[in-house]
Design a protein around this ligand. Structure first.
Ligand code: THG
Length: 263
């Protein structure tokens, strides 16, 4: 499981403060602690701050690169922020994300190939998020075709079937799982599958429980990456356990410790 720590995101108050006050300590501490907790990469999102998105993103990236060589998942919906950010990255990069419209794919996929980045593509287009499995599968097929056309290898592509909060969109968790089950058959080797896991429990009471159960279910159908809360030990343990039960990790009595010591 490729764990991308979600915490360096301006939607969190301390991160917003860190960005506004250019307080490197807050950001570097979050970077180190997420990696120590088992994250493989760090999501970096300036959040809903107004203006200065490029400056803020570049500052975050430079600040993080001072303390780690871990891959950086550049999380922005803006193409200009993305392309400037990639120039500042010396660490490996994951572009997060492109929408699935042809116009977007024709910009983002070549940029990924050119910069040697991996690329996350959401199953969202100008009509929004499909409400069912079929809509996601149709978009996923188009994403795979476009990646191949521009020469992006499947191991460098992540398809995100977009999970929404279960309290307002109760049919979506099953639709996400159905989409992964079908899309993984589309290419050999298949692309990677990723979700922004915490979306599923936003504004819900039992967040950790919902996140843990859902990650295990999704891993069962082929999810192999998630932007998630690496500080939630129960959640990390659930993900690791799901992989052991699928024999993606070898069982031993201390499999959690063994997994984490391999990071
Ligand atoms: N797909 C992709 N990228 C993504 C998402 C996705 N990036 C952003 C997001 N979704 C994933 N990251 C988060 C990070 C935090 C939360 C949810 C998703 C979260 N935050 C608390 C909340 O909103 O309640 C903030 C609490 C606080 O302020 O302390 O839940 O889907 N590709």
């Amino acid at each position: 499981m490729f764990v991308i720590g979600e915490r360096i995101n301006g939607m969190f108050k301390e991160v917003k403060r860190g960005i506004e006050q250019r307080d490197k300590g807050i950001i570097q501490d979050l970077a180190r602690r997420q990696l120590k907790a088992g994250a493989d990469a760090l999501d970096v999102n300036v959040g809903p701050v107004r203006g200065k998105a490029i400056d803020n993103m570049l500052w975050l990236i430079e600040t993080i690169q001072e303390v780690t060589d871990a891959p950086i998942c550049v999380d922005t919906p803006k193409f200009d922020v993305m392309s400037e950010a990639l120039k500042a990255c010396t660490n490996p990069t994951i572009m997060n994300s492109s929408k699935a419209s042809t116009e977007n794919l024709d910009k983002y996929v070549p940029l990924a190939v050119e910069t040697g980045s991996q690329l996350v593509v959401l199953t969202i287009d100008e009509t929004g998020v499909p409400s069912d499995v079929d809509g996601r599968v149709a978009m996923g097929a188009n994403i795979v075709t476009k990646a191949m056309e521009h020469g992006l290898q499947m191991p460098d592509l992540y398809i995100d079937p977009v999970i929404l909060p279960v309290n307002v969109a109760p049919k979506q968790p099953a639709a996400v799982m159905g989409a992964i089950s079908q899309l993984k058959l589309l290419a050999a080797p298949p692309p990677n599958f990723i979700i922004g896991l915490s979306n599923v429990s936003q504004s819900c009471k039992e967040r950790s429980l919902l996140n843990s159960a859902f990650v295990a279910m999704c891993i069962g159908v082929g999810l192999n990456a998630a932007i998630m809360d690496a500080f939630d030990k129960e959640l990390m343990n659930a993900a690791i356990t799901a992989e052991v039960l699928l024999e993606k990790q070898l069982y031993c009595d201390d499999y959690v410790a063994a997994y984490l010591s391999n990071r």
